[in-house]
Design a protein around this ligand. Structure first.
Ligand SMILES: C[C@](O)(CO)[C@H](O)COP(=O)(O)OP(=O)(O)OC[C@H]1O[C@@H](n2ccc(N)nc2=O)[C@H](O)[C@@H]1O
Ligand SMILES: Nc1ncnc2c1ncn2[C@@H]1O[C@H](COP(=O)(O)OP(=O)(O)OP(=O)(O)O)[C@@H](O)[C@H]1O
Length: 339
């Protein structure tokens, strides 16, 4: 079911611009979801974030963000998960538009109607809110003709959230720091994925907190000193560079069994034990590898090709272990103006 929700006063500024009426000048930006093919989580830093070696891959599930001049600020959202998206000032797209306006000293003089057409699962570990933030930045920059440089846009993205710079960049990249310091990665082919979307989301801070709790309980500690510097796996980077799905699958489960290149996987499973059945259903149907996407609860399945992806998606749906199964390929381009 598609819902369309509206909020008045939810975008940049509170008042009407001088005579500005809603008009037909709309800029639309398409932004991809992500899967973390590796998420090596270090210790807690003094600022409360975790140091990461975060290998991002953008995949072909997209949100679209449209910005239109309006008499008063507005935010509307459509899509199957629209009911779960906040319409107030906490919405990341609203925060992004405000951040850009402030950066250019525009104040509240150019109210916009932001519309989010959501196809990325909400609170699913696929950076949906981050995609909307990156999309709103690019759309408002084009609408306001503020000509923000790529580096300035990346800096604004980093202020909005750790995943937001990658949503702007797309493709594949290694994220250091808290995930915001990006180095683009070469990818030698197209990878086919299936994403099993769960009922209900998981909170990202709660999953990081559970990761710390599990580490402390096993005697490993949770600070930088205890955990050490996270590093990307050379075999995983090689598999991306050569476009070799079988080699990438091996790197996603480096020690066989239930091991995962995603250090948050055991925390997501601890908070949502039913995900074990989802992971099992996909591998039993022939997926090359299965892992939790980022902080979850979406589960990601790497498949040999498009036909295998179709088989795995059908089996996941039939298993009753997920709400829906979506097919996608990666890498996908980053935030792009489409209209
Ligand atoms: C799990 C991932 O999606 C993997 O890409 C990201 O690390 C999360 O990125 P995000 O959703 O953009 O997260 P942010 O909005 O920056 O941070 C939300 C919360 O997640 C936790 N957080 C996030 C990133 C990070 N490197 N360490 C953390 O501990 C912190 O509790 C933080 O307050
Ligand atoms: N534009 C937005 N779209 C979706 N959620 C948003 C948005 N803005 C703010 N949020 C809030 O952010 C929370 C996380 O949503 P999001 O879809 O970004 O999760 P996620 O994909 O798990 O994030 P990540 O993978 O970056 O950790 C939601 O529960 C919602 O309250």
């Amino acid at each position: 079911m598609t819902t369309d929700r509206t909020s008045a006063g939810a975008t940049n500024g509170a008042g009407a611009g001088a005579g500005a009426g809603e008009d037909s000048r709309t800029v639309t930006v398409r932004v991809p979801a992500k899967v973390n093919v590796q998420l090596a989580v270090g210790g807690i830093r003094p600022d409360g974030f975790h140091g990461l070696a975060n290998v991002f891959l953008a995949v072909s599930l997209y949100d679209e963000v449209s910005a239109t001049p309006a008499a008063t600020p507005r935010l509307t959202v459509s899509g199957a998960d629209a009911g779960q998206v906040p319409l107030d000032d906490s919405n990341l797209a609203v925060r992004a538009a405000r951040a850009l306006a402030t950066h250019h000293g525009l104040g509240e003089s150019d109210p916009v109607h932001l519309h989010l057409s959501k196809d990325i699962p909400v609170a699913g570990g696929m950076a949906g809110g981050s995609a909307d933030a990156a999309g709103a930045l690019l759309a408002c920059d084009a609408l306001w003709n503020t000509r923000t440089s790529h580096d300035e846009l990346l800096a604004l993205c980093a202020e909005l959230g750790s995943d937001v710079p990658f949503s702007l960049l797309g493709g594949a990249a290694l994220g250091r720091g808290r995930g915001e310091l990006l180095t683009p990665l070469e990818v030698g082919g197209t990878f086919h994925w299936v994403f099993a979307v769960a009922d209900g989301g998981l909170s990202t801070p709660a999953v990081y907190g559970e990761c710390d709790r599990l580490r402390e309980a096993s005697g490993g500690g949770a600070t930088v000193a205890d955990v050490g510097e996270p590093e990307p796996a050379p075999a995983l980077l090689d598999a991306l560079r050569t476009g070799d799905a079988t080699a990438l699958a091996a790197a996603l489960a480096p020690h066989g069994g239930g091991s995962s290149s995603n250090d948050l996987q055991s925390a997501a499973l601890s908070l949502r034990p039913s995900l074990a059945a989802t992971l099992h259903a996909g591998t039993a149907a022939g997926a090359l590898a299965a892992l939790v996407s980022g902080s979850g609860p979406t589960c990601a399945f790497l498949t040999k090709d498009a036909d295998s992806a179709e088989t795995v998606a059908a089996a996941l749906l039939a298993s009753g272990t997920c709400r829906t199964a979506r097919r996608a390929t990666g890498p996908a381009p980053g935030a792009t103006v489409v209209g």
